[in-house]
Design a protein around this ligand. Structure first.
Ligand code: DX5
Ligand code: ZN
Length: 218
């Protein structure tokens, strides 16, 4: 049984004071910091790039998990690695045939790598690359915005990917992202997820430390 890690998504933080928000959420007990990078092309929203990641790096020593929702991600992986990302995940839908090479290129930069799949992308689409990944990220909303409703149809896919991971015999994390609440947290954990992203559920609280603790205890 892998340790459950709670990964607050900075997408729900106040962008005008990212450093302070990051220092606070680290103090509140975040295990991983989830950074949502959006380019307005792969998804219909724009967030931030490597400069912000680099500038906030000094406010936390927790693992930086950069979720790249961008087209041609291979053009930017070096910049995110140099900015201080500890793990970089790229979308299967954005990489196509370059998926395996992109994952290996991330590893070559000395950073952990992972693949992300959207709610309508089958587990079979990543079967051949699971063994090269340090983490697999399953989206439980269509990416682009925080605060959306959890799509429960993805739960069987969490189990399917967990089985694929177990078959490799490797130590690979399974992350779930989108619409996670106290109500559905156990469901995704029981299905096999061990890295739990939560944006709105954590940042909408005044006592964020208590919410992180509750999510972890579930
Ligand atoms: C959605 C992002 C998520 C999002 C999660 O595109 O990838 O990381 O911030 O936020 P909540 O937990 O509010 O759904
Ligand atoms: Zn994300």
């Amino acid at each position: 049984m892998k340790k459950i890690k709670i990964a607050p998504s900075m997408l729900s933080a106040d962008f005008s004071k990212m450093g302070e928000e990051l220092a606070n959420i680290t103090r509140d007990g975040a295990d991983v910091i989830h950074l949502d990078v959006m380019d307005g092309s792969f998804v219909k929203n724009i967030t931030f790039g490597p400069k912000l990641v680099k500038d906030i790096r000094k406010y936390s020593n927790v693992t930086f998990d950069a979720h790249l929702m961008i087209v041609n991600p291979w053009n930017y992986i070096r910049q995110f690695a140099e900015a201080g990302a500890d793990i970089i995940t790229v979308h299967q839908e954005a990489c196509g045939e370059k998926l395996k090479d992109t994952l290996l290129a991330i590893k070559d930069l000395g950073v952990k790598c992972g693949v992300v799949i959207n709610p309508n992308t089958p587990a079979s689409s990543i079967e051949e690359v699971v063994e090269y990944c340090d983490m697999i990220l399953i989206m439980s909303v269509y990416p682009g915005f925080g605060g959306q409703k959890f799509i429960s149809d993805v739960v069987p896919k969490i189990r399917e990917v967990k089985d694929m991971i177990d078959r490799t015999g490797k130590d690979i994390d399974l992350e779930i992202d989108g619409g996670i609440t106290l109500e559905n947290c156990r469901l995704v954990k029981d299905a096999g997820a061990n890295v739990i992203v939560a944006g709105n559920t954590i940042f909408s609280e005044t006592d964020r430390a208590s919410m992180i603790r509750k999510l972890r205890e579930i």
